[in-house]
Design a protein around this ligand. Structure first.
Ligand SMILES: C[S@@+](CC[C@H](N)C(=O)[O-])C[C@H]1O[C@@H](n2cnc3c(N)ncnc32)[C@H](O)[C@@H]1O
Length: 282
């Protein structure tokens, strides 16, 4: 049973840290069993596909390299190093994709977005489409989804993910800071993407997101909690809040799906709790 969130800090203008009791990844009161089955099928298909040509030790080694690229060698991310090579791609799809799915699902269910009139979700820097699929599942009616990314491998994975979750989807290759976004009312998601942009590109994207939020669109930004990943966070939190948006830090202790937990252990990581921070309108 989901426990009511405990607000550790909630004065206006400060992040809200929310704690939940530990439970299995499949215990989702909001979404229910049929969708969990879809998630499990999606994950099983990822496992079959990505472990067809690579061994488990190869993928876990690649996961170690990928996580060190995210943490220690962030400068190279902009050159697309994170998703170069079959091993790192497999590790991203099989490990970070499901983690991002579960975290975004928890965040959006907890926030309780009800974007009833919004029929389009724009997934900015969609990667393998996991975060977009997760948010879409919490809409009262499944939205059509538009996935934008610089990386064509990511877009082909995203197409598969959206299809697996029954979403009507289009994908577009391009830079989210310089290409136009659909202008009709929409829900806009940027999950784990903004920290990969140059400072100038991020300013542009965040400004556009705030404008959309103030205009009545639903907006959700998700980033890791580590301050060094997003040193720009506090300033943008103030801008969101000044425009009527909200901010929160999250921690969801969750028992992970078997393959994700196995990779976590093998790569020497520790994701017993899903953590993240978000800015949002809606
Ligand atoms: C860490 S992944 C996150 C993917 C997905 N949103 C998720 O939560 O799983 C970051 C993604 O942003 C994409 N990306 C980085 N800079 C971008 C840009 N300027 N325009 C479009 N996509 C970008 C990368 O190619 C990558 O797929």
């Amino acid at each position: 049973m989901r426990r009511a969130p405990v607000n550790i800090r909630d004065p206006p203008g400060e992040a809200l840290l929310t704690e939940f009791s530990r439970r299995s990844y499949s215990a989702i009161p909001l979404i229910g069993k049929p969708l969990m089955q879809t998630f499990d099928n999606w994950l099983r298909a990822l496992e079959e596909r990505h472990l067809a040509d690579l061994t488990f030790p190869e993928v876990s080694r690649a996961l170690r390299a990928l996580s060190s690229a995210y943490v220690e060698r962030r400068g190279r991310l902009k050159a697309g190093a994170a998703l170069s090579g079959a091993g790192k791609r497999a590790a991203f799809a099989l490990f970070y994709g499901p983690l991002h799915y579960l975290l975004v699902r928890e965040i959006s269910a907890t926030i309780g977005f009800r974007p009833a009139q919004l029929t389009t979700l724009i997934d900015l820097g969609c990667g393998t489409g996991a975060a977009g699929a997760a948010w879409a599942q919490t809409f009262p009616k499944l939205p059509a989804i538009v996935g934008l990314d610089l990386n064509s491998w990511a877009l082909s994975e995203a197409s598969r993910t959206y299809r697996a979750f029954g979403l009507a989807a289009r994908t577009r290759l391009g830079d989210i800071a310089t290409t136009g976004w659909p202008t009709s009312p929409a829900a806009l998601l940027a999950a784990f993407t903004l920290n990969e942009l140059s400072d100038a590109a991020r300013e542009t994207v965040l400004q556009r997101l705030v404008e959309r939020g103030v205009r009545g669109d639903a907006v959700l930004v998700v980033e890791p909690v580590a301050g060094f990943v997003a040193p720009w966070w506090n300033r943008w939190r103030e801008v969101f809040e000044a425009g009527g948006g909200r901010a929160a830090d999250w921690r969801f202790p969750l028992e992970l799906p078997a393959i994700v937990a196995k990779l976590d252990r093998a790569a020497g990581l520790d994701h017993r709790a899903l953590t993240g921070r978000s800015l949002w309108f809606g």
